[in-house]
Design a protein around this ligand. Structure first.
Ligand SMILES: [Zn+2]
Length: 468
């Protein structure tokens, strides 16, 4: 007999395939039955599991219960989460801030903003944990490291292959979807691409065929050999040239991406001027085009009046590759971030007045205002020299923004919009702090509160340099 949950009355219960109640009780809510025939429910006493006749499976009550997976169910009691067996007994003594379901012999848990895989005895697979960990499937799981890069690990916690990606899917019939700096593609179990193309969007293979969207927005199908065909129903409506676009995709993608980026970067840089983040020829912006090519604003340019064609392309050493003008004189700053952070796509350097004022007044924003993660201030360095990149270096791997002492700010992110959001957020917190300073002398947050904040942001308080 198949049993379904019903929400047809105000107190819910389970019904059979004929729509008849399978027991007389009514609950606050119920979830579906899982093997071994137990379902989570809640009534006024708390949350627990019931058998197929609506009887409690055990005597204990929890604040929340979830379905049984591989014989264990996740439950919440007070602030802590853990797993129970079918008798309602804890299967290990550890507590978590959150936990998922057992899949493939492991379960993802969260503790102090780190994610881990645990075994049914509560032991942790990788002691350091991850910034993200996904469920095991086909004996591997996706994890994200401290630099924001994703890889696959095996059931021993070892990397399955050496390749790292910006985004990554779990293996499905030996193939996974992966996103690198050029776009989405499918990889095999060695982390190698199945074909040389990249897409704007991509789905896993189902029956050997996957849906994909090219960088120019055409919906296509791709098979495991890299053969591309238009989606059914679009056969007559798609221009043949558009279909052929994904074929030489790496080169074509970069060209199309460059065109779009020039326009988006113009929009953002002009907006930065309107917001008062840059005046005269101050500030610069860059975006990764490919692994070793960077699109960057030119030196001596008023950012409020920049045009798409003003941006130039430089290599990792700051050499001009394409364009009429010279790259920004702060190119070292940009290149240092790209070389140390493969996940970073965009770098913005600006001179927002409140942030600079805070650094001139020796105020550490991260220790005064709680809304954003700590904002480090670098040591002083001469503008447009190697020194500027050097003083920023200690913060590049662990942070995504910094104030250059008595000079300006730098933000870096996985996208143009996120780099701009950080710039805006940084200047906003500086504005609040400088306003507070005009009312009365600023009171730094008590160190214990700052330490709590650092913990929340997953940062090590002792190794965090203030620079002020
Ligand atoms: Zn500057």
């Amino acid at each position: 007999m198949t049993i379904y949950p019903s929400t047809s009355s105000c107190r819910t219960h389970h019904i059979d395939s004929n729509g008849d109640p399978v027991y007389q009780q009514r609950f606050k809510w119920v979830l579906p039955y899982h093997d071994p025939g137990l379902a989570p429910v809640e009534n006024s006493e708390g949350s627990y599991h019931v058998t197929t006749v609506g009887k409690p499976a055990y005597d204990v009550k929890f604040d929340r219960t979830f379905g049984y997976y591989q014989g264990f169910a996740a439950v919440q009691k007070g602030q802590v989460w853990f797993h129970i067996d079918t008798q309602g007994n804890r299967i290990y003594q550890e507590n978590w801030d959150w936990c998922g379901n057992f899949q493939g012999g492991f379960c993802v848990v969260r503790l102090n903003n780190r994610m881990f895989h645990i075994r049914p005895d509560g032991t942790i697979m990788n002691e350091n944990g991850w910034t993200y960990a996904g469920d095991f499937r086909e004996d591997s799981a996706v994890v994200r490291d401290d630099f924001g890069l994703c890889g696959h690990i095996d059931i021993n916690g070892q990397y399955l292959h050496d390749q790292k990606f910006i985004e990554l899917g779990v293996f499905h019939k030996s193939f996974a979807i992966a996103k690198d700096q050029s776009g989405w593609h499918h990889i095999d179990q060695l982390g190698q691409p199945l074909y040389p193309f990249r897409f704007e969007n991509l789905e896993p293979f189902y029956n050997g065929i996957a849906k994909a969207v090219t960088i120019s927005g055409v919906h296509v199908l791709i098979d495991e050999n890299g053969n591309i065909s238009p989606l059914l129903g679009q056969l007559n409506s798609i221009n043949k040239e558009l279909i052929s676009l994904p074929l030489p995709i790496l080169e074509e993608n970069v060209k199309e991406k460059e065109k779009q980026l020039r326009e988006q970067m113009m929009f953002v840089t002009r907006h930065m001027y309107k917001m008062g983040y840059n005046y005269t020829i101050d500030g610069n912006i860059s975006h990764r085009l490919s692994e070793d090519k960077i699109l960057v604003s030119p030196t001596g340019q008023h950012l409020g009046f920049i045009c798409p064609e003003d941006f130039v392309i430089m290599d990792k050493e700051g050499n001009l590759i394409d364009g009429e003008r010279k790259p920004t004189s702060e190119w070292r700053l940009h290149n240092r971030i790209y070389s140390m952070r493969p996940d970073i796509q965009c770098v913005i350097h600006a001179h927002p007045p409140s942030a600079i004022a805070a650094s001139v007044a020796n105020v550490d924003l991260g220790k005064v205002f709680s809304h954003y993660s700590p904002i480090p201030t670098t040591d002083f360095a001469l503008n447009c020299t190697e020194d500027t990149a050097k003083v920023l270096e200690p913060y590049i791997k662990t942070q995504n923004w910094a104030i250059l002492k008595r000079h300006g700010v730098v933000t870096w992110a996985d996208s143009l919009s996120n780099a701009f959001l950080r710039l805006e957020g940084l200047e906003q917190s500086a504005r609040i702090v400088t306003k507070a300073n005009a009312i009365a002398e600023i009171q730094p947050m008590p160190e214990s509160d700052v330490q709590k904040l650092f913990k929340m942001w997953g940062l090590d308080f002792d190794s965090y340099g203030t620079g002020v």
